[in-house]
Write a protein that binds this ligand. Structure first.
Ligand SMILES: Cc1cc2nc3c(=O)[nH]c(=O)nc-3n(C[C@H](O)[C@H](O)[C@H](O)COP(=O)(O)OP(=O)(O)OC[C@H]3O[C@@H](n4cnc5c(N)ncnc54)[C@H](O)[C@@H]3O)c2cc1C
Length: 383
């Protein structure tokens, strides 16, 4: 068994782990990162990076327009499409978002992590956190034991930190599920740089998406809150097939490339991220995903950054105690919880609007327009 020692051990080199590791390494701390995957690796995702997430990526990579250095599509507008074909859209003005396949985004961040001085070990799956009494003091993997002053858990849903802190795998309205596939030959029409979200009667508390193509491949998928998904009893591949069949105007001449992939999204339905003596969870491991949109990349970058800065403050001050974990939980909740709870309420309200056709009423359309930040509602526009 090999043994390693760091100031900070980060588990997972996705957006959250890279953000935490880069912050800590740039402050001069000895940072070790373990990831079970070997990079570049794909990650089941819609690949949509909002303009606010792109700003965080630039800061982490240390270069303006970092996303333009890898294969990408620029996203200049977003549109919500309703069952009758009506659309409410908004333009992103001079702050576009991006589509960047996670194969490329995560490798870009991984390179920045190593350039910052963090030591990344790939192909190492952490089995459990090690503890000394109540305190987390490191982690165990096959043939490897790592000790650290602080562990940052950025290993996504089912995090090893949940077991160590006694956090159950919460399902129901606190979890969403999604499936995605790349399609070639999608007819984007006049929406070549628009993210399209389709709210459908048979997808309560969810939506289907068709995103702009990168290198000829468009990300197509379906997202739904787990409680509503469980209620109808259909599988994710069935939902994706129905969604594709329901949109021949876009997808009739398209062809799926590779297999469809599904994964879980832990939603921020409660304010407090898992944290305790010696350990902070961030990103999906902190249930940080936005419930309405399923956006988790911005949240992972933001909460990873907060975890990194918290670690720096604690170690420079001389120790990681209970107060540090408490303050992290408060700052995390203050940053992400108010927006998430509001969007959870909007998701709940959207449900009858779509299911009962109320979205067609003029006052609802006016509300949707206002909520979406748009000045246009195109009624039954054929694509
Ligand atoms: C189908 C789908 C579509 C989505 N679409 C979007 C979208 O378009 N836009 C958006 O913003 N968000 C989207 N999300 C959410 C987004 O993918 C996540 O919120 C985001 O990846 C979270 O980042 P993270 O760093 O916390 O975790 P991850 O990106 O999951 O990274 C975790 C890392 O930890 C590693 N790891 C896991 N377990 C271990 C272990 N035991 N030991 C060592 N390493 C481990 C993994 O290999 C991985 O590299 C989508 C999610 C899904 C499932």
């Amino acid at each position: 068994m090999s043994a390693l020692r760091y100031d900070v051990l980060v588990i997972g080199a996705g957006p959250a782990g890279c953000a935490a590791g880069i912050e800590a390494a740039r402050a001069g701390l000895r940072v070790g990162v373990l990831d079970r995957a070997t990079f570049p690796r794909p990650k089941t995702c819609g690949d949509a990076i909002s303009n606010r997430a792109a700003i965080l990526v630039d800061a982490l990579v240390g270069c303006p327009d970092a996303l333009r250095t890898v294969p990408h599509a620029e996203v200049t507008a977003g549109v919500a499409v309703f069952p009758d074909g009506s659309r409410v859209g908004r333009s992103f003005g001079d702050a576009p978002g991006f589509i960047v396949p996670r194969l490329h985004l995560d490798d870009l961040l991984r390179r920045a992590l190593e350039a910052a001085g963090a030591q990344l070990r790939q192909g190492v799956k952490v089995r459990r956190l090690s503890t000394d009494g109540e305190r987390v003091v490191g982690a165990e993997a096959e043939g490897l034991s790592v000790r650290a002053d602080v562990v940052v858990a950025a290993d996504g849903p089912g995090s090893v930190a949940w077991a160590a802190l006694g956090v159950p795998y919460r399902r129901g309205p606190e979890l969403a599920v999604a499936i995605t596939a790349y399609h070639e030959g999608v007819t984007h029409g006049d929406a070549a740089s628009t993210n399209e979200h389709y709210f459908e009667e048979d997808l309560p508390c969810g939506y289907g998406w068709i995103f702009p193509a990168v290198e000829g491949r468009s990300n197509v998928g379906v997202y739904q809150r787990a409680d509503r998904f469980k209620a109808h009893g259909r599988t994710l591949p069935q939902l994706l097939r129905s969604f594709v069949a329901a949109h021949p105007e876009r997808l009739a001449s398209s062809r799926a490339v590779g297999r469809a992939r599904s994964w879980a999204l832990p939603l921020m339905a409660r304010p407090w991220p898992p944290a305790g003596p010696g350990v902070l969870a961030c990103g999906d491991a902190a249930w940080a995903v936005d419930p309405l949109a399923g956006e988790g990349i911005f949240q992972a970058l933001w909460s990873g950054g907060l975890a990194g800065r918290t670690v720096i403050r604690a170690l420079v001050r001389g120790g990681f105690d209970r107060m540090v974990a408490r303050r992290y939980r408060l700052e995390h909740a203050a940053g992400l919880w108010p927006g998430s709870v509001a969007r959870l309420a909007i998701q709940q309200a959207m449900d009858p609007l779509v299911e009962r056709g109320w979205y067609q009423r003029p006052w609802v359309r006016a509300l949707l327009r206002r909520g979406y930040g748009s000045d246009a509602f195109e009624v039954s526009k054929r694509l």
